[in-house]
Design a protein around this ligand. Sequence first.
Ligand code: SF4
Ligand code: SF4
Length: 168
Amino acid sequence: MSPSAILRVGSNLSFDSAKCIGCESCAIVCPRGAIQITKDQGFETISYTFALCLYCRRCSFTCPEDAIKLTAALEPAGFSTSVRVEEKLQIELQICERCGSAFAPRPMVRKIENLIREKRGIDLSSLIVLCPQCRTRILAEGSPGRFGLSQALLSQSQQVAQSHEAKQ
Ligand code: SF4
Ligand code: SF4
């Protein structure tokens, strides 16, 4: 019997909870569905199943935060029929301050907010905590002072919001 008949290669995978922003890129690129995302009760759960993993390392190459650690691991081939989940990470979702819906991982929302502030010098802290639907409605109504937007940016955003609403 060849060694490949009795052993299969997978990975010891771990998520770094201090780095992961919950962007879901790892789950999107995984060719085997070994990384799954579920959302429930204000949390996003990222789970990893060894039995499905090919150790292709796409997930770690893709992760923008370097939050995935992978090392090759061997296990008896018979185990590959099992679907046990080896690793789980829970990330809090951002709650919309207007309608109360949970809409995106909180660390990702914070990262986007910080990037916009650093690169564009715009403070969107009170706008980014709204879900996309509420954001669209508020921009269509127009409240520049409250959200710290320049009039030019607000006009642009209103045009986008209005064309979006017109399509619905
Ligand atoms: S190493 Fe490949 S197969 Fe395994 S979890 Fe990452 S992307 Fe999926
Ligand atoms: S790609 Fe990285 S940052 Fe994004 S959800 Fe996966 S582990 Fe977290």
